[in-house]
Design a protein around this ligand. Structure first.
Ligand SMILES: Cc1cn([C@H]2C[C@H](O)[C@@H](COP(=O)(O)OP(=O)(O)OP(=O)(O)O)O2)c(=O)[nH]c1=O
Length: 196
């Protein structure tokens, strides 16, 4: 049995390490992440996580872990911005408002798939022109749903959240650990690693 992380996200690799798991292989899935017409954010996010898990090649007894993080502003789906201009538009839309961050996790073993999604609420302060300029110039919006990363400098923009911090970053650890346990892979049975 191999443990395969079906994700190219360095955040997911780091978060998994917090559970003491170092995957045997990392296989980023390649799928079309375009939303269907009229698709609402939560259904979209769950579908994409499931499709990522289906797209990753594995042996029948391997465990494959995939996830998708989507920022939702009302019914609007904000994925990863294509360029700086789109990142600016996303941040402008999120500025001074509350939004949701959804992370759906899909764990596959053979024909079976265990799934869980976690919805967090996030409030972003009203961003000044200087906030926007310096954040966009630093480039931390790249590859991040909604065009920001709470674990980086954008943490300064976020005075309040309700939900799962690790979920917002890309992998909700409590729920992921439960899925792993359901699939017979108990992360905390491994000897504890020393942390500083
Ligand atoms: C909202 C938010 C998202 N993100 C990241 C997590 C995800 O990596 C990314 C959303 O894109 P995803 O499509 O979920 O993942 P990905 O393309 O990075 O990797 P893969 O599909 O191979 O698993 O946004 C943060 O790092 N911090 C945040 O605060």
């Amino acid at each position: 049995m191999a443990f395969i992380l079906g994700s190219g996200s360095p955040r997911r690799l780091d978060l998994l390490a917090q559970l003491g798991i170092v995957p045997d292989a990392v296989r980023p899935p390649e799928i079309d992440e375009s939303p269907h017409k009229g698709e609402v954010p939560r259904s979209y996010c769950c579908r994409i996580a499931r499709e990522k898990a289906q797209a990753v090649h594995a042996e029948p007894d391997d465990l494959v872990l995939c996830a998708d993080t989507t920022v939702a502003l009302g019914r609007r789906i904000l994925g990863k911005p294509a360029d700086e201009q789109e990142a600016a538009a996303f941040l402008q839309a999120l500025s001074g408002r509350r939004h949701r961050v959804i992370t759906a996790v899909a764990l596959k073993k053979g024909e079976r798939v265990w799934e869980k999604d976690v919805v967090s609420n996030v409030r972003m302060k009203r961003l000044s022109d200087a906030d926007m300029r310096s954040y966009l110039a630093a480039g931390d919006w790249r590859g991040k749903a909604g065009g920001y990363a709470i674990q980086g400098a954008a943490g300064a923009f976020i005075p309040w959240i309700s939900g799962s911090f690790t979920g917002i970053v890309g992998l909700p650890l409590a729920e992921t650990a439960n899925l792993l346990q359901a699939a017979g892979h108990c992360p905390w049975s491994a000897p504890a690693k020393e942390t500083t």
